[in-house]
Design a protein around this ligand. Structure first.
Ligand code: SAH
Ligand code: SF4
Ligand code: F3S
Length: 483
């Protein structure tokens, strides 16, 4: 499931698999109170929920997977499309009944919807007690205490510095094999359709030393894969000057660390620790990053490189700051440096403001050229306050958006199958991550290119690396035999 963005109006089968709403696991370390968290949206949100659980744990809460047992319920929310917000609103209605039976229950809305709507959420949703934005999670215990005393608590302060670098996340949904590490927060890109810069604030990078330390600790605990997370990881930049030069120099780290260097530092933790990252903005992915990927076998050969549209005029309106040609040049470089087997995936938006039929065709033709392994596909959903909402009319009728989206999905399904068929006959290393959903007798793992591979169980264990010959495939999955 390894792309940055998981939303609930997902489209393709592999996404449906990947983006179940995540709920906290049962934990019993003897704390007096219980916390239940449901997380929506992208991996950043899932990763943040692990920070939230950690902060709450310090303050007397164990997590639970049973909302009936909870003293506090948090919804970590997403605003990326209208549907994402509607889902949360519906969920809140469901909690009404719970709260009727248990009036002392505290209900909190966290994340992007909290940040976007602020106090308005308290007015609109009577059931909500606390509203807390993504940079204010250290204040949660205090705000919950305010709610327990019968008041409402709000903190939607956006920070320029907060990276939660010192907080050890409680690994909530982990299979014990792969974990997320947030390396940066926020986004400065201002794509015209996107709400994220408003809900997540300014871009800031986390201390590389704390990132490497987290990766080391995970590996020592038996984890085999880390995914470095950010809205735009390729613009990661940590400057000792801006932070604490003296300390860094002592560690022998360069004065400025860019993403390629960070990637290398994490890859060096151990050759048996796989490294993934997401998301890459096409304007920022450098040859240096690609060569670093090539140098380290444990950096997975997979890049999530969302294009959004295949037409340069639409890309300009979207404020993506690259053209079709620029994008295709980046893809060529990926193929040249990392070869044909490197996985490439994308996000697509159908029916952006003023998009013509020909421009939509450009998206389809670009997909044919790139041959994406998979994509996350959406129709345009206008978000209040964004540049596009202010400047352009949302003028493509819903039926047209949906038809264009269906064409994009059909194209992607055909391409996914084609790309998977290329794998048949190859011997690939996979990391086993869990039991197959379909059968207890089968295990699922992923290859370097991020594709799910199903094998017979045999004597293999979760967390093992195995060499597998791919025997057949479907659109979403590869099937193989251990060699
Ligand atoms: N930072 C990532 C994407 C973050 S949002 C990047 O720049 O690539 C995840 C995806 O949601 C986007 O890539 C886009 O395809 C989609 N998305 C964002 N805003 C949207 C909107 N208003 N309507 C439809 N899809 C949207
Ligand atoms: Fe949104 Fe663009 Fe930032 Fe991605 S890069 S989070 S699409 S503003
Ligand atoms: Fe992620 Fe949704 Fe926020 S995609 S950054 S949770 S708006």
């Amino acid at each position: 499931m390894e792309n940055l963005i998981r939303d609930i109006d997902i489209i393709s089968p592999e996404e449906a698999q990947a983006c179940d709403v995540k709920v906290t696991a049962e934990e019993a370390t003897g704390k007096s109170k219980k916390l239940y968290i449901e997380s929506y949206g992208c991996q950043m949100n899932f990763s943040d929920s692990e920070i939230v659980a950690s902060i709450m744990k310090e303050n007397g809460f164990d997590t639970t997977s049973d909302m009936e047992k909870a003293d506090v319920i948090f919804l970590n929310t997403c605003s990326i499309r209208e549907k994402a917000e509607l889902t949360v609103r519906k969920r809140l209605v469901h909690f009404n009944a719970l709260k009727k039976n248990k009036p002392e229950l505290t209900i909190g809305v966290l994340g992007c919807m909290a940040e976007r709507l602020k106090e308005k959420l308290l007015e609109e949703e009577q059931i909500v007690d606390v509203v807390v934005g993504p940079d204010a999670y250290r204040d949660l215990p205090n705000l919950v205490a305010v709610a327990e005393a019968g008041d409402k608590g709000v903190n939607t302060f956006l920070s320029r510095e907060e990276t939660y670098a010192d907080i050890a996340p409680v690994r909530l949904n982990s299979n014990g094999v792969s974990a997320f590490i947030s390396i940066m927060r926020g986004c400065d890109n201002m794509c015209s359709f996107c709400v994220v810069p408003f809900t997540r604030g300014r871009e800031r990078s986390r201390d590389p030393h704390s990132i490497v330390a987290e990766a080391r600790e995970l590996f020592a605990k038996g984890y085999k894969e880390v995914t470095l997370l950010g809205q735009n990881v390729d613009s990661y930049k940590w400057s000792a000057e801006e932070n604490n030069k003296a300390r860094l120099n002592k560690m022998g780290v360069d004065a400025v660390v860019n993403f390629a260097q960070l990637l290398e530092m994490v890859a060096q933790v151990d050759p048996k620790l796989r490294v993934r990252f997401s998301t890459s903005h096409p304007k920022d992915i450098t040859d240096e990053v690609l060569y670093t990927m090539k140098r380290y076998a444990n950096i997975c050969k997979y890049i999530h490189l969302p294009v959004q549209s295949g037409n340069s005029r639409v890309l300009d309106l979207m404020n993506r700051t690259y053209t079709r040609e620029w994008y295709l040049e980046r893809v060529e470089k990926i193929r040249e440096i990392l070869g044909e087997d490197c996985g490439i995936s994308s996000d697509m938006i159908a029916g952006f403001c003023t998009e013509t039929e020909e421009e939509h065709q450009d998206t389809l033709s670009l997909m044919d050229i790139v041959q994406y392994d998979f994509s996350y596909m959406f129709f345009y959903s206008e978000r209040p306050g964004t540049l596009a909402a202010k400047k352009f009319k949302d003028d493509i009728p819903l039926e047209v958006k949906k038809r264009r989206l269906a064409e994009i999905i059909a194209k992607q399904n055909a391409l996914s199958l084609l790309r998977n068929q290329r794998d048949v006959g190859q011997v690939q290393e996979i990391l086993i991550e869990g039991v197959s959903k379909r059968s207890e007798e089968q295990l699922k793992g992923r290859n370097s290119a991020n594709k799910v591979v199903i094998i017979d169980k045999g004597a293999h264990q979760i967390g093992d690396y195995v060499q597998v010959k791919i025997t057949h495939c479907s659109t979403a999955t590869l099937f193989g035999e251990v060699v």
